[in-house]
Design a protein around this ligand. Structure first.
Ligand SMILES: Cc1ncc(COP(=O)(O)O)c(C=O)c1O
Length: 432
């Protein structure tokens, strides 16, 4: 294997893919088991050339892919792996840093501190928060709940009925009691009568998964303060949008949080996975997670710098490199323009839905996700979703609001243009 030649071929492959992904069906047109049936059951006995791997990616795997890098990917949350991040991943794998301790990966550990501080500045967070990178928001939230449980000695978690299922999952794994608070007519947590005396943590969501609604963090922060409960803010999706000052209303009182998660792999154009977890209480985080067996013992001054002291994983990969590359190559203005464009496109789409008889908007739209439905039954809307997704032209997803099946158009990929939005609307209307 020639690393140089195969590497050039791999980069060429990636460049071609990014140029042509928009011509592929966005949702994989395969059935469960199709791809597995086309792959050998056993590994090769003898070495194969890397070219054979690339060939099978094209012939076998790509046809079985749902293309998250497609400009008409509008399901769940539309996310982008931007070119600088892709290239940085290649280099991170080349360097293969394993940051179990500061001394095993000083540069990657310290760069992580720097980029998370940079991100905090871009999003307008208070100076001095401690940040590190986890794989996903699910892990970040679980880590925050562990810190809350250890700090408060309590075992109850509160969130709204619209909080992400990762809160349910973390509560289940940590054997915490979960109390769900109802939401108001705009899908925000009702915080007027929170009783938190026995509560370890409240998870407030800025940008809920269904509608991107924003919980009333100032009120929740007041209630947490009164009761001594930990406030964790889940801004996995919408947090990145705070790079735009005009959207900062959604971060009101987030500076009073004990911890905050923002997924750079959602709307900060960074390849999966890169979840930013900040805390204003690093000592409590460290007390919850620190566990140093003899073989990992180093002088004290180094220990506090080891980011494995602040979360569940010991071995930590070089995730900061891709975020650093994106932040440098896009800059504040590049992030802002992409986020503003997604919101502009969502506003346009929302206008079309509002103005067209037979369609209705189903929720307010704070950011770039439009919730809407066709008049008719839930079954009609579900069938419509299946029909439009089967075209391969677009991929959208759904939610249920007030007991009704609702379609979701999540705009956010950096390559999505007004033409793509127009095409999505045409496909929806033609199939309605
Ligand atoms: C608000 C919110 N929190 C958490 C998550 C979980 O993110 P992850 O896949 O990084 O665990 C999501 C996923 O969409 C989300 O929307």
């Amino acid at each position: 294997m020639s690393f140089r030649d195969d590497g050039a071929a791999a980069v060429e492959w990636a460049a071609n893919y990014l140029e042509t992904v928009g011509e592929l069906p966005v949702l994989a047109q395969v059935k469960p088991g199709d791809i597995r049936s086309r792959l050998p059951e056993s590994p090769p006995d003898d070495p194969e050339p890397f070219a054979a791997v690339l060939r099978d990616i094209d012939d076998v795997l790509v046809p079985g892919m749902t293309h998250w890098q497609h400009p008409r990917y509008f399901a769940y949350f539309a996310v982008s792996a931007a070119a600088p991040g892709i290239l940085a991943e290649l280099i991170a794998a080349t360097l293969n840093q394993v940051a179990i301790l500061w001394r095993t990966a000083p540069a990657s550990t310290e760069l992580e501190g720097v980029v998370v501080d940079w991100a905090a500045q871009l999003l307008g967070l208070p100076a001095g928060w401690h940040g590190h990178i986890e794989d996903t928001a699910s892990t970040s939230t679980m880590a925050a709940l562990i810190a809350a449980r250890e700090t408060t000695g309590r075992r109850v978690v509160v969130c709204s009925e619209h909080a992400h299922s990762s809160v349910d999952k973390a509560a289940r794994m940590l054997e915490l009691e979960l109390r769900k608070v109802p939401a108001d007519e705009a899908f925000r947590m009702r915080a007027d009568s929170l009783e938190l005396d026995d509560v370890a943590a409240v998870v407030a969501t800025v940008g809920t998964t269904s509608t991107t609604s924003v919980d009333p963090v100032p009120q929740i922060a007041d209630a947490c303060k009164r009761a001594g409960a930990w406030l964790h803010v889940d801004a996995a999706y919408a947090g990145s949008a705070m790079v735009c000052p005009e959207l900062r209303w959604a971060f009101e009182a987030v500076d009073r949080a004990d911890s905050l998660v923002v997924n750079a792999h959602k709307w900060m154009f960074t390849p999966m996975d890169c979840s930013l977890l900040w805390t204003s209480r690093p000592d409590e985080f460290r007390a919850a997670f620190s566990l140093i067996p003899e073989y990992l013992r180093t002088p004290d001054a180094e220990d506090a710098l080891s980011l494995s002291e602040y979360g569940p994983a010991l071995g930590r990969r070089f995730r900061s490199l891709k975020l650093w590359a994106v932040l440098r190559c896009y800059g504040r203005s590049g992030l802002q323009s992409r986020i503003r464009e997604a919101i502009r496109l969502a506003t346009l789409f929302e206008d079309w839905v509002r103005d067209e008889p037979g369609w209705a908007l189903s929720a307010p739209r704070p950011f770039s996700v439009v919730c809407f439905r066709r008049e008719g039954s839930d079954a009609d809307n579900e069938a419509l979703l299946e029909r439009v997704n089967a075209t391969g032209e677009i991929f959208i997803s759904h939610t249920v609001l007030n007991g009704q099946y609702v379609l979701r158009m999540a705009i956010g990929h950096e390559s999505t243009s007004e033409d793509d939005i127009r095409r999505a609307w045409d496909v929806l209307c033609a199939n309605a």
